[in-house]
Design a protein around this ligand. Structure first.
Ligand code: PMP
Length: 364
């Protein structure tokens, strides 16, 4: 069954057709059980086997070292905005936050409920990342937190922050498995699954093992990294369907050539898009500064740096007529957002770019 629409949404976002069809085929009977994945006991052998396979495959694909554990937790990306301080901030009572966009700002505000937060960077334009040499990190911080790719403004860290042995925490919700990362440099990496690796409901949390065990007393058990780890990700009922879709996505990524292939494809897709947009710099206004442009979410206005509403509405109407959907910018920013998650193909990108060129020709 061919798909006739192209979905450039920022999340929940497109899943590969092959993955959706695989789920459809297996929906009535998971691994020959005669029951669907949503109906089987999560403490039975079939679910436990899949839970372990998903963790093992992620460990292999991302080269997660034995010093780090992999957890599946509910509550989405924002659940981790609270879980991170609840689990880690008790160590010194204070944490450093690099605020470069809306998601890291929200995370810092949530953390303020749990201890002292030092805003090392507090971006007011949300389009740039100040030089690391100018940051004043607190050597006593429990951790340094940043958002690797701000999905709303299209700003991505082109480097991993250096924290001088203070544990580094990264929200990789929109960049997870789009590039190789050296996991050993991180205290915690978390990612809500609904962008690059599946569907909403599960958040993947990779934690350095020596950071377990310091959770605040009032940390809810379901968010307590140590308890979730002790219970093999099944402290309570796990989000079984979301973990299943995550595993399907991991298998698909492996088949495509692994994280290296995702990284190469992501670089190529975003390069093509920026090349075309840069041909009309007085018409398409990219939000992020050049050196921090996201490879995954390309955010722009049309007609002026803050956007000409009429032109942007025309763009969205005409692009939808061509069956390219969910290109509207986030409700906080407006404008246009092109999301190039792992499932987006080069053909889809080419088709969108043909439209973008035509549109500029017509209305510039
Ligand atoms: N962090 C980033 C980078 C995001 O893009 C999002 C969601 N779009 C979140 C956190 C929040 O995730 P959730 O909606 O699952 O809470």
């Amino acid at each position: 069954m061919e798909n006739t629409i192209m979905n450039f949404g920022a999340g929940p976002s497109k899943l590969p057709r092959e993955v959706i069809l695989g789920i459809k085929d297996e929906l009535l009977s998971f691994r020959g059980t005669g029951m669907s994945i949503t109906e089987i006991n999560h403490r039975g052998p079939d679910y436990i086997e899949m839970n372990n396979q998903a963790r093992d495959l992620l460990r292999k694909l991302l080269n997660v070292p034995p010093t780090h554990v992999i957890l599946f937790i509910q509550g989405g990306g924002q659940g981790q905005f609270a879980s991170v301080p609840l689990n880690l901030m008790g160590r010194t009572g204070t944490a450093d936050y690099l605020v470069t966009g809306i998601w890291s700002r929200m995370a810092s505000r949530e953390a303020m409920n749990h201890g002292e937060v030092n805003l090392v960077i507090d971006s007011d334009d949300e389009k740039s990342i100040p030089d690391q040499k100018t940051w004043k990190l607190n050597p006593n911080a429990s951790y340094v937190y940043y958002c690797d790719n701000d999905t709303i403004q299209g700003v991505e860290f082109p480097f991993v922050p250096e924290t001088n042995d203070v544990p580094l925490v990264a929200d990789m919700s929109s960049s997870f498995l789009t590039k190789r990362v050296d996991v050993s440099k991180f205290g915690v990496i978390f990612a809500a699954a609904q962008k690059n690796v599946g569907t909403a409901g599960v958040t993947i949390v990779i934690v350095r093992e020596d950071l377990l065990g310091d959770a605040r007393e009032h940390c809810p058990n379901v968010f307590n990294y140590e308890l979730v780890n002790q219970m093999d990700c099944m402290y309570n009922t796990p989000p079984v369907f979301a973990v299943y879709v995550f595993y399907k996505m991991l298998q698909w990524i492996e088949k495509q050539g692994g994280v290296d292939a995702m990284e190469a494809q992501c670089a190529e897709k975003s390069k093509l898009v920026y090349e075309v947009l840069d041909q009309s710099p007085d018409f398409y206004f990219i939000h992020a500064e050049r050196n921090v442009r996201s490879r995954i979410n390309i955010c722009m206005h049309i007609g002026s740096p803050t956007g000409v509403l009429e032109l942007e509405e025309k763009f969205l109407k005409e692009v939808e007529e061509k069956k390219m959907l969910q290109l509207k910018g986030h409700r906080f920013t407006g404008g246009i957002r092109i999301s190039l998650f792992n499932s987006i193909t080069m053909d889809e990108v080419r088709e969108l770019l043909a439209f973008i060129k035509e549109f500029a020709k017509k209305y510039k």
